[in-house]
Design a protein around this ligand. Structure first.
Ligand code: GLN
Length: 349
């Protein structure tokens, strides 16, 4: 069997979709306005079928490893706050988390320093520019912008304490693993590929140093940041990370309190303003959910109190956001009335 045949065989065995109702953990909550399980199943399946043959966009290629990831990979996972798991397609494939990592390093920085310190040292203003913009660092009064663009994210990573780079990195990886409810690991080849080509991020870190807006050694911080971007996740793990945000910081699978409830609104607000970079405004307009994308092809969107949906599909648009993931999430969010700004989604008639 060649690879294509294997993929077809795997896809056929994966369909119909896997729906795993799991025993509710003590902390799992069911929102009174959460959609019913059958509804979720129908809408997610419709979205999957509708967009599975979409070939618009192209893989990121500024990180050589990402250019050769199979562009046809496509996985959709939804995890509810009461830990129901619904998956379709290539949900076992581990892709690099990339910029989605920034959300969780922001969460860890707030765990360590509290939201006020983080707000002061990083900020939360959208840049309206590309995620790796140099001019934004020069022009923004905070220079860092927010924790979800490269400059602000590298500065956020620099806030994480530890006696050396290894200790900081281990702490970050252990934290992500708790949020995912499973042990996550570094994809060595992604790290090597990005570390060999990340001159732009090094330049951003030096520029931050000029403005005194980076809080540890600049190149050490870029290196740890590059590792955090190279963490492998599959769509199900990513959806569970999102569901932990949706569930007030409690991982719905393990019941562990991972993020302080008071930090959640700050994280979701930042995701709303900057989660899809310079197309975050359009995303809020059309979808109305805090979300975060990565150039690895993943996007996770959070429906507070209800759950999270993660989609993996490597082809990106100009802003660096997965095209298919955006379409699927928009379809599902509309179909399940997830939009935060819709009166009915919060129980108003
Ligand atoms: N590691 C990538 C970078 O620094 C992350 C960017 C992204 O996912 N948008 O360029």
């Amino acid at each position: 069997m060649n690879r294509v045949q294997l993929r077809i065989a795997l896809t056929l065995t994966l369909l119909p979709a896997i729906f795993v109702p799991v025993r509710l953990s003590a902390q799992a909550q069911r929102s009174p306005v959460a959609p019913r399980r059958e509804q979720v199943e129908t809408v997610v399946r419709q979205a999957y079928e509708r967009f599975k043959n979409d070939t618009s966009g192209k893989n990121a290629d500024y990180i050589p490893y990402l250019a050769q990831v199979d562009s046809k990979l496509f996985g959709v996972a939804l995890v509810s706050t009461d830990n129901q798991v619904f998956t379709l397609g290539d949900v076992g494939y581990a892709f690099s988390i990339q910029s989605i990592s920034k959300v969780f390093t922001l969460a860890l920085a707030m765990e360590e320093l509290g939201p006020d310190q983080v707000f002061q040292r990083i900020g939360a203003e959208p840049t309206g520019r590309a995620f790796n913009s140099v001019s934004a660092v020069v022009d923004m009064p905070t220079h860092t912008g927010n924790a979800l663009v490269n400059a602000g994210a590298i500065a956020t990573t620099s806030l994480i304490s530890g006696k050396d780079a290894d200790e900081k990195w281990s702490k970050i990886l252990a934290f992500y693993s708790k949020v995912a409810g499973e042990k996550l690991t570094l994809i060595e080849d992604v790290y090597k590929s990005e570390a060999a080509t990340n001159t732009g991020n090094k330049a951003l870190s030096m520029l931050l140093a000029k403005y005194e807006r980076i809080y540890a050694d600049p190149f050490e911080s870029v290196d740890i940041y590059t590792k955090q971007c190279s963490v492998g996740v599959n769509a199900t793990q990513l959806a569970r990370m999102g569901a932990t945000l949706a569930n007030n910081g409690v991982n719905p699978a393990t019941g562990e309190h991972v993020i302080k409830p008071e930090d959640i609104p700050h994280i979701l607000a930042t995701m709303t303003m900057a989660g899809l970079y310079d197309s975050s405004g359009g995303w809020a307009w059309h979808v109305g959910l805090p979300a975060k994308s990565g150039v690895g092809g993943g996007i996770v969107a959070v429906a507070p109190g209800k759950g999270a949906i993660a989609v993996f599909a490597p082809r990106l648009d100009e802003a660096g956001n997965s095209v298919k993931a955006q379409k699927v999430i928009e379809y599902v969010a509309n179909g399940l009335d997830y939009n935060l700004y819709s009166p009915t989604s919060v129980g108003l008639k």
